[in-house]
Design a protein around this ligand. Structure first.
Ligand code: HEM
Length: 494
């Protein structure tokens, strides 16, 4: 045999031994993990988990393995939690252990563990505390968040009036307005609706969310080690997020040029103050990378989640015209036709509040949650989850838990109303997740949803282009996120 041939055989043998060793180690480690379908080397459970219907595949596996099971996403074991009890037991009762952020490979290339949403350990604690304080302070400052939302809602109504009841596709009407609320906090000002750069940013945010939800991204999350070197559609997210990062970095430069530490104008200025205070600390988390990426987290999350929920909410309301009529009646009783709705109206409007909760329940914006991770070896329901195990809390399975919602798949606002028509809380209402990683913008988002829905319905009636019975509310893509279907509607002034 030639020398080259012998070398090839030797290398192939080494590689096989290595693969067998890795697989054996994983199986050995996996013995204490919850049960699940048997993985095969390298492919893991790819045969049982469809990349174009991951959530649905998990729900099928739940029938066989119960509400806590292990699946191998490619070579990586992930513990899946289904239903309210299991998710609450982990994220709330064992909040500290389950507070780590799991791997989201499709965006990790851009973030590399920086920015509040993907950070871990002290970095995450510091950035989270700081971000919450700033959001709260801006909420109480000269112009409250409520006033900012009311102002934005007025601009939106103006845009809707200009359509004169003609059919429109609502995506960018809604993302411009939602984005301007968070923009006024992070950048200190709103964008003009015609601003080309703004529209481009919104298009990139919208596209990234869609891309993150495609089977390509699911596949990338399983095999990032290889796929990052291959050409293809899975790379689109990376380039979109890099462009968004560049934009934020350019805004930081603009702020730096006119920076006055005595007079912080926005989130970026407040972060810059911290950077100046810590400039001699080599290990500080207040650095440029965390500034750009935390701002991107807030800008992205603050734009896409609220606007997708509004967009899906319009569709559900149009499918149920009796619901719109009841909300309008409540608006007339509590607010009347002339003044702007305010957050204080919410407690007096239990029906509207219940409808908004039901919209959020069915929008189910991130059905598989954002991955968590256990920060130390954790005993859970008789199993041992080794430190670093990734965990998927299936928020969609909680929001449709039949033990907590009488008609899990139906649009039924009574899920949130008692017999007397008072608002009724439901502990399985977790669109913002729960525990230590609970959505950082929850208070802002809840205000936005209430003020937008009431302002719009106070002034306009929503008219579909097809009969309500023919409206299809199936998401156009269901992956990491649920992407509402594309549709047109008319807003007819009242
Ligand atoms: C309808 C609107 C919204 C929904 C349904 C929503 C939902 C969520 C969910 C499910 C998570 C993951 C929590 C977890 O890891 O368990 C999350 C995290 C997060 N959200 Fe939201 N969100 C919304 C609006 C917002 C807004 C307006 C902002 C910005 C002000 C925001 C900023 C964030 C951030 C920064 C995180 C990461 C928190 C962390 O890792 O500690 N979100 N959100």
């Amino acid at each position: 045999m030639e020398f080259g041939g012998a070398i090839t055989i030797f290398l192939a043998l080494c590689l096989s031994c290595m693969l067998i060793l890795i697989a054996w180690k994983r199986v050995k480690k996996g013995r204490e993990l919850p049960p699940g379908p048997t993985p095969i080397p390298f492919l893991g459970n790819l045969l049982q988990v469809r990349t174009d219907a991951t959530f649905q595949s998990f729900m099928k596996l739940r029938e066989k393995y119960g509400s806590v099971f292990t699946v191998y996403m490619g070579p990586r074991p992930v513990v899946v939690l289904c239903g309210h009890e299991a998710v609450k037991e982990a994220l709330v009762d064992r909040a500290d252990e389950f507070s780590g952020r799991g791997e989201l490979a499709s965006v990790e290339r851009n973030f590399q563990g920086h920015g509040v949403a993907l950070a871990n350990g002290d970095r995450w604690r510091i950035l989270r505390r700081f971000s919450l304080t700033i959001l709260r302070d801006f909420g109480m400052g000269k112009r409250s968040i409520e006033e900012r939302i009311q102002e934005e809602a007025s601009y939106l109504l103006e845009e809707f009036r200009k359509t004169k009841g003609a059919p429109i596709e609502p995506t960018f009407f809604l993302s411009r307005t939602a984005s301007n609320v968070i923009s006024s906090v992070v950048f200190g000002s709103r964008f003009d609706y015609e601003d080309k750069q703004f529209l481009n940013l919104l298009r990139m945010i919208n596209e990234s969310f869609i891309e993150m939800s495609t089977p390509w991204a699911q596949l990338y999350d399983m095999y990032s080690g290889i796929m990052q070197y291959l050409p293809g559609r899975h790379n689109r997210i990376y380039y979109l997020l890099e462009e968004l990062k560049d934009f934020i970095a350019s805004r930081v430069k603009i702020n730096e040029a006119s920076f006055d530490p005595q007079n912080p104008r926005d989130f970026i200025d407040c972060f810059l103050i911290k950077m100046h205070q810590d400039k001699n600390n080599l290990h500080t988390e207040f650095n440029l990378k965390n500034l750009v990426l935390t701002t991107l987290n807030l800008f992205f999350a603050g734009t896409e989640t609220v606007s997708s929920t509004l967009r899906y909410g319009f569709l559900l309301i149009m499918k149920h015209p009796e619901v719109e009529a009841k909300i309008y009646e409540e608006i007339n009783q509590v607010i009347g036709p002339h003044r702007l709705p305010s957050v204080d109206d919410r407690v007096k409007m239990p029906y509207t509040d219940a409808v908004i909760h039901e919209i959020q329940r069915l929008t189910d914006i991130v059905p598989m949650g954002i991955p968590h991770n256990v920060i130390r070896d954790t005993h859970f329901r008789g199993y041992l989850l080794p430190k670093g195990t990734d965990v998927f809390p299936l928020l969609g399975s909680v929001l449709k838990d039949p033990k907590y919602f009488r008609y899990p798949d139906a649009f039924y606002p009574q899920h949130f109303l008692d017999e007397q028509g008072h608002f009724k809380k439901n502990e399985a209402f977790v669109p913002f997740s729960s525990g230590k990683r609970v959505c950082l913008g929850e208070a802002m988002a809840r205000m936005e949803l209430f003020l937008y829905f009431t302002s719009i319905l106070q002034n306009f009636s929503l008219r579909p282009l097809v009969s309500p019975a023919d409206i299809d509310v199936t998401p156009q893509i269901s992956g990491f996120g649920n992407i509402p279907p594309t549709y047109k509607l008319c807003l007819v002034a009242r």
